[in-house]
Design a binder for this molecule. Structure first.
Ligand code: NDP
Length: 496
């Protein structure tokens, strides 16, 4: 399969004809040839997005008409559910049912923001009481402009759609650069957008490498906002690039999310959510609850149950029936995790199960679901994001100790707490320094609810209304009533 760039409403190769190959992580065979955009392609794409934005062809379109195009994109995604899900599984390695959730969520995200702007269509301007009848002051909300969207490989299409759907709803224009490891579904998305009636230049796709296409995009002076999901290291570079020109950024970065399990919970349910919290999507999830803190009274019992269930996980090629854990996305990530696992074995932590390649797999980037217990709090596996199917456990004695251990991390994306005492759950949730807290579950994510992190896990929120407002500028427009004779103008003074 070969892909092209999509710029100003046309598909075509990169200016210099460059391409790169991507690998099916289950077989290690070449799977696709992707157009490798460079600085000149990025420049063409940003200029197209700029022209489209400045012309008002999209931002001035009535909200109801924008919404109907968003709904057409949603339908295009739904109509291609099977194709898109299979591509996502092949590109990323995730089990097919998980890919189907992603694609369905992507379609719903367009529906959700279509509905939001249909609801807002009559409320473009909001009056403010400024305490002085001579002035009529209003808030107008306007699209932020040209958006550069840079996305990772773990939910390739969904992470792009979390940016595209609200940005398009707001009236922005976009240049998308997906991860070089998984570009296929974003390419298919461009084909769907192309037939949905979006004016040319409003959406542009430049596939390519991070340090070339990605860096050129973040540095481009005609980009108004950068929306980025990825690692903390790259997020820092994006922020630096945005500082030239003082452009807005939103960053969705990594995590090392804690899961606190109290002794009054039902152990079987805790085991189920711990497993979903770390093994879903192979642990390649920014919010994966990878640090599990268990009350000492149930610690050993829970470990035994977790080990038994984890060893029953069906590992295999993502599109095989019943597979729950596919291969790691790519060799680079596989090698990184294997290195971490080897160092973990000498860190003082106890290996409960897994810890390397599962038996019976000669090819493919497979890693067995792995559990470490009694992990030193300064060990790399306890402090660093692994982004793989590796969970660490420790015990605690008191609620205060659990909260202290949970918050002892530079990250603050998500956290979970499990207890039958709901007052305790709320009390603990209030003290956890995280943007998302789950009670008696882990990982449910809703298009309607804001998503994003505290501390090094990011800046800003995606999804929900907050995810839409992230693509709006707020303008104050104040009109003086000159029809009356107010006498010599006097400044209104400080606000009361
Ligand atoms: P990276 O930070 O390596 O890459 C993210 C994106 O940035 C990719 O498209 C990448 O391109 C691009 N990029 C790389 N270098 C640059 C650069 N210098 N300038 C501009 N863009 C660049 O992350 P991964 O793709 O490896 O994703 C995994 C990370 O993402 C994890 O740490 C995870 O926690 C985080 N993440 C966070 C999420 C959240 O919601 N908070 C969700 C998903 C992931 P290329 O791939 O071509 O190098």
């Amino acid at each position: 399969m070969r892909t092209q760039l999509y710029i100003d409403g046309s598909f075509g190769p990169a200016d210099n004809g460059a391409t790169f190959e991507t690998i099916d992580p289950a077989t290690e065979n070449v799977f696709s040839e992707v157009a490798s955009g460079g600085a000149s392609d990025v420049d063409r794409a940003v200029l197209a997005a700029r022209r489209a934005f400045d012309s008002g062809i999209w931002s001035n379109l009535p909200a109801l008409e924008r919404a109907s195009i968003l709904r057409r994109i949603a339908k295009g995604i739904t109509d291609n559910l099977e194709l898109l899900s299979r591509l996502e599984t092949r590109d990323n390695g995730k089990p097919l049912p998980e890919a189907q959730w992603d694609i369905e969520d992507a379609a719903y995200c367009f529906e959700f923001y279509a509905k939001m702007i249909e609801g807002d269509a009559k409320a473009d301007s909001q009056a403010i009481d400024v305490g002085d009848i001579r002035f009529d002051s209003r808030i107008w909300q306007e699209p932020v402009g040209v958006v550069a969207a840079i996305t990772p490989w773990n939910f390739p299409m969904l992470m792009a759609v979390w940016k595209l759907a609200p940005a398009l709803a707001a009236g922005c224009t976009i240049v998308l650069k997906p991860s070089e490891l998984c570009s296929m579904t974003c390419y298919e998305l461009a084909r769907i957008v192309d037939t949905a009636g979006l004016p040319k230049g409003v959406f542009n796709l430049v596939t390519g490498l991070g340090p070339t296409a990605g860096a050129a995009l973040t540095a481009h002076r005609l980009v108004d906002k950068i929306a980025f999901t990825g690692s903390v290291a790259t997020g820092g570079k994006v922020m630096q690039a945005a500082s030239a020109g003082i452009r807005t950024v939103s960053l969705e970065l990594g995590g090392k999310s804690p899961f606190i399990v109290f002794d009054d919970c039902q152990i079987d349910k805790a085991v189920e959510w711990i497993m979903f919290g770390i093994f879903w999507n192979k642990g390649e999830v920014c919010s994966a609850t990878s640090r599990v803190l268990v009350h000492h009274r149930i610690y050993q019992k829970l470990i035994a149950r977790l080990k038994k269930e984890t060893e029953r996980i069906s590992i295999g090629v993502g599109d095989q029936e019943g597979v729950k854990l596919g291969p790691i996305v790519a060799k680079v990530q596989y090698d990184k995790i294997m290195g971490i696992l080897e160092r973990a074995k000498n860190s003082g932590a106890s290996l409960v199960t897994g810890g390397g390649r599962p038996t019976g797999f000669d090819s493919g980037f497979f890693i067995a679901p792995s559990i470490f217990s009694d992990v030193p709090r300064d060990a790399e596996i306890w402090t660093e994001e692994i982004f793989g199917p590796v969970v660490c456990l420790n015990s605690f004695e008191t609620e205060a100790e659990a909260i202290e251990m949970a918050n002892d991390s530079p990250f603050g994306l998500a956290a979970a707490v499990m207890s039958d005492d709901l007052d305790r759950c709320d009390r603990v949730a209030a003290k956890l320094r995280a943007g998302v807290v789950w009670i008696n579950c882990s990982q449910p994510t809703f298009t309607q609810a804001p998503w994003g992190g505290y501390k090094s896990s990011g800046i800003g929120r995606e999804l929900g209304r907050a995810g839409y407002e992230a693509y709006l500028e707020t303008k104050q427009v104040t009109r003086f009533d000159h029809t009356e004779d107010w006498g010599w103008y006097q400044a209104p003074g400080p606000s009361k």
